[in-house]
Write a protein that binds this ligand. Structure first.
Ligand code: ZN
Length: 397
């Protein structure tokens, strides 16, 4: 059995190739914005309609016609999908205009549009880019996304099939509660993920870079100064470093948790009301976000039962007898004490146990989960957000 995954590599385009990529992005961005305007002016742009318009537009404009048809069609396909999701998925907004100054280049090609020859990535228009092959591709890729990050580095993310490696035999269940001081508190202390404060440590450096940016901010209408651009790059570099460390920590931790448990109950974390100061809160939120993503992703891929539990009332419900306390625990209260059965535990540990108990009692049957996993593994496309059964809030039964 195989699974569909992404393998990402660094690209090292020369000046000509980079100019070609940016020009391609300019055309695709224009198309995307055109589709957004169409939607706003009331004619529902489906992929079919947009494709027809694209053919006409390419015949009319040589600027558009010079670009890759595959990349342009993929842009419209992505747009149509984003629009469809904005109607179906709760909380997702309509696709918005991509502005030049704050959107990062991203291009998609199917096998009709790209090939790998002599270990270089070949794109339409004679563009040839060296790839840093940090590991071998497990199979021939079916599509590729080429993108640039905030530091200006280019990457190619290939969609490939690879052999499915089954997760090790395991038994047991674990509950996970997210927090600021400890990123993940679990039912079993051995699996806790401490908060390393990666971003906090970088915060001073980042603040310095931001101050430098503010000092060098351009006057309206003038192009940004070199000093400003340097400071901006510095800030992006610091933020990136912290994010990478977060992801690394999260990966190591998630692997350990997934390898040793068959049922994983996770607090469905929403990044609000966590810490007081904005900087600290953003840093802790980022660490939690990375850990949750990795855990859910790995858990589903390994075929584990993953359940998301809404965070409401988990800290004030007793994990032993299920009684909900009459009053919310203050933020300073670190110990939970049950008035009914006398159970006492660390506040976060009790929350993690309540999360697990809720998941085990919950409505999500094994069938729902198996269904989610099958479609995740064999859907043919890589999903960024797998569907996981969400349980009703604690106490609502
Ligand atoms: Zn109790």
């Amino acid at each position: 059995m195989g699974e569909t995954v992404r393998y990402t590599y660094r690209l090292r385009p020369g000046a000509t190739a980079e100019a070609a990529l940016l020009a391609e992005w300019g055309r695709c961005r224009w198309l995307w914005n055109e589709a957004v305007h169409q939607q706003r002016s009331g004619c529902r742009p489906t992929f079919c309609k947009l494709s027809k318009l694209l053919t006409e537009a390419r015949a009319r404009s040589s600027w558009l016609g010079d670009g890759s048809q595959v990349a342009q069609q993929q842009t419209l396909r992505t747009y149509a999908l984003a629009l469809q999701h904005s109607f179906k998925v709760k909380g997702r907004g309509r696709p918005r205009v991509k502005r030049r100054k704050d959107s990062l280049p991203s291009l998609e090609y199917t096998t009709r549009g790209f090939s790998i020859r002599d270990r270089r990535l070949r794109l339409p228009g004679g563009v040839s880019i060296p790839v840093v092959w940090s590991r071998e591709l497990p199979s021939d890729p079916t599509s590729v996304r080429i993108y640039q990050d905030t530091l200006g580095h280019w990457y190619a993310s290939f969609v490939v099939r690879r052999e499915f490696t089954p997760a090790p035999e395991a038994e047991g269940a674990i509950g996970v509660d997210w927090g600021v001081t400890t990123t993940a508190t679990t039912t079993d202390g051995a699996y806790d993920l401490p908060y390393h404060g990666r971003r906090k440590r970088c915060a001073a450096e980042l603040a310095r870079a931001h101050r430098r940016m503010a000092r060098r901010r351009r006057t309206k209408g003038a192009p940004p100064s070199n000093g400003y651009l340097r400071a901006k790059r510095q800030a992006a570099k610091v933020a990136k470093k912290a994010a990478r460390q977060n992801t690394h920590d999260a990966r190591v931790w998630a692997k350990k948790v997934v390898d040793n448990h068959t049922t994983i109950a996770v607090e469905d974390f929403k990044p609000t009301f966590l810490a007081k100061s904005r900087m600290a809160r953003r840093a802790a939120d980022a660490a939690i976000g990375a850990a949750k993503r990795e855990l859910v992703d790995r858990g589903l891929r390994a075929g584990r039962k993953v359940v998301l539990v809404p965070p409401g009332y988990t800290t004030m419900t007793c994990s032993q007898c299920g009684t909900r306390a009459k009053h919310r625990l203050g933020l300073g209260v670190r110990v939970f004490r049950c008035d009914t059965c006398g159970y006492t535990a660390c506040r976060d540990r009790n929350a993690a146990r309540t999360i697990l108990a809720t998941a085990e009692r919950g409505r999500a049957g094994a069938d729902d989960v198996r269904h989610a996993i099958t479609s995740f593994r064999d859907g043919g496309r890589v999903r960024s957000e797998p569907e996981i059964p969400r349980l009703p809030a604690v106490g609502k039964r």
